[in-house]
Design a protein around this ligand. Structure first.
Ligand SMILES: Nc1ncnc2c1ncn2[C@@H]1O[C@H](COP(=O)(O)OP(=O)(O)OP(=O)(O)O)[C@@H](O)[C@H]1O
Ligand SMILES: [Mg+2]
Length: 485
């Protein structure tokens, strides 16, 4: 039985579709993936979707689908998972007692719940399939044929040791993790060996596109439109896949933000979003193994904080000092939510005083409570003159010149690596963390805030002190530095 037979069968999946007409393009995609016969009309659509002339002759083992939002991607992920789980026979490739995993990886918990609901509905709606369920919980469904469908998020770390018969990666361009700057690459690298013992194991990545890097973009660049490539790449706008999305919704989005809307609805990779800091610039600034630097009497410190009310974001604090021509980060701490903000303020105030600091600078938009709480602890809270984006942009030359000494804090490194630069419609750049759950920049914000404070104070005083010798730098030394920078 093919997946198209299942879709057309009134006893199986036919009732899941109100009208088969609106799903036509998806059926062409399914025919392409599973190398099923196509009509002349299908072929025209296939060529439009893939830039290839001939469809694959055998089941695809690796496919990438660049789609618009609301295109039906998550539903199709669930459909493919149920089809593979219930109608494919993996038994010959599994050892006695071994389980074959169909791994669905979503960008976050909310999306994984969406897929789980689709899966449950599909299985439960067909009594024959519902009867196959041995065990079901929030993240997995085990069937009586040694197949387990597992839904996880990109934070998942335990693919090792599993036998994966299919991996379906939903919204892969938006996978984020606090521990890794490239979770998608790392998870794919772990998945491939887990799939090696299953002939015909299927790796599918579906996503709306985002920036021009990462596995989705790399697959697109290497394989889109390449007739002979074993890797199938499909690109389709929202309404090509799901004509029930009104054109008006797309027109409105294009009007509001054309760069975002052409990615979200027309499935075009964004040309206005790029990485902010090169990985090498960050790596060369880190002193391996150094988590914090103790205070020293000969240095004058500055500090920057990114406060938070305690329910969503971390409350972070960075302390830094200038030393000769180096900008040195001494402390970069985060308290993760949930927490009581006033006790974090107390903790940070005590830490600041150890560095002989009685003022801290932070975000302009933070509530009055921040200023009051710090003031109660004897610390003056100053509003930063620069926006978060400006702080990042100001710190870029310091990274480029290699005059920063960072700390070896994994979460900070990941945040710095993930920062993105966007060119706005006005031509002005902004820098921020990428969209999506699990991506933040609280540590990066405090770190770059403190570093720019140092640079700013040097500019303001008009001369620089060599902090090692305690001497004011001569004009000639300053001139030499300006040549270097
Ligand atoms: N071709 C279609 N015909 C009719 N309805 C569709 C079609 N494609 C998707 N839908 C409906 O659109 C909604 C969104 O589907 P789904 O969640 O699968 O899309 P998605 O691409 O994952 O969206 P998102 O980008 O928001 O994650 C669902 O209600 C689904 O039934
Ligand atoms: Mg989805």
């Amino acid at each position: 039985m093919t997946i198209i037979d299942c879709v057309n069968d009134p006893q199986l999946f036919r009732p899941l579709f109100k009208s088969l007409d609106t799903w036509r393009t998806w059926f062409v995609v399914l025919k392409a993936i599973f190398a099923l016969p196509m009509t002349e009309e299908d072929l025209v659509l296939f060529r439009h979707l893939t830039g290839r002339t001939k469809p694959p002759r055998e089941q695809v083992q690796e496919g990438w689908f660049i789609k618009g939002r609301r295109a039906g991607g998550s539903f199709i992920v669930a459909l493919i998972a149920v089809f593979l789980a219930c109608f494919q026979n993996y038994k010959p490739h599994l050892a006695l007692g071994e389980r074959g995993i169909i791994m669905i990886i979503a960008a976050d918990r909310k999306q994984s719940r969406v897929i789980m609901r689709y899966l449950s509905a599909m299985l439960q709606s067909v009594p024959m399939l519902a009867a196959m369920i041995v065990r079901q919980d929030a993240e997995s469904i085990e069937l009586d044929n040694s197949i387990v469908i597992e839904i996880t998020t990109a934070n998942y770390r335990t693919i090792r040791g599993y036998t994966v018969v299919a991996a379906l990666c939903d919204e892969i361009a938006f996978w984020r993790s606090e521990e890794s700057a490239n979770p998608a690459e790392e998870i794919l690298a772990a998945l491939r060996p887990a799939m090696a013992t299953i002939p015909g194991a299927l790796l599918l990545g579906l996503s709306s596109p985002y920036k021009r890097s990462g596995p989705l973009y790399n697959a697109y660049k290497r394989h889109y439109g390449h007739g002979e490539s074993p890797v199938l790449v499909i690109q389709a706008a929202t309404r090509t896949m799901n004509p029930t999305v009104p054109q008006r919704v797309i027109d409105d989005a294009m009007e509001r933000d054309p760069a975002a809307a052409s990615a979200e609805y027309l499935a075009q990779f964004r040309s206005d979003v790029g990485s902010f800091l090169e990985v090498e610039l960050i790596e060369r600034a880190i002193e391996p193994g150094r988590r914090e630097r103790p205070p020293q009497d000969r240095f004058r410190y500055v500090s920057f904080t990114d406060p938070s009310g305690g329910s969503h974001d971390s409350f972070t604090l960075a302390i830094a000092h200038a030393e000769g021509d180096r900008y040195v980060l001494d402390v970069c701490r985060a308290v993760k939510p949930p927490f009581d903000p006033s006790s974090v303020v107390k903790e940070y105030a005590a830490l600041l005083k150890i560095y002989r600091l009685y003022e801290v600078t932070g975000d302009h938009y933070s509530g009055e409570w921040v200023r009051e709480s710090f003031s109660k602890c004897g610390i003056t809270y100053r509003h930063s003159e620069l926006t978060k984006s400006e702080l990042y942009l100001e710190s870029l030359p310091l990274f480029s010149q290699g005059c920063i000494d960072l700390l070896d804090i994994r979460a900070l490194t990941v945040e710095l690596m993930q920062l993105e630069r966007r060119t706005g419609r006005s031509g002005r750049d902004t820098v921020d963390h990428p969209p999506g759950a699990g991506s933040r920049d609280d540590l990066a914000n405090s770190c770059c805030g403190a570093l720019t404070l140092l640079a700013e104070s040097e500019r303001r005083t008009g001369y620089m002190v060599n902090f090692v010798t305690g001497k004011i730098l001569t004009e000639r030394e300053l001139w030499k530095r300006s040549l270097l920078s």
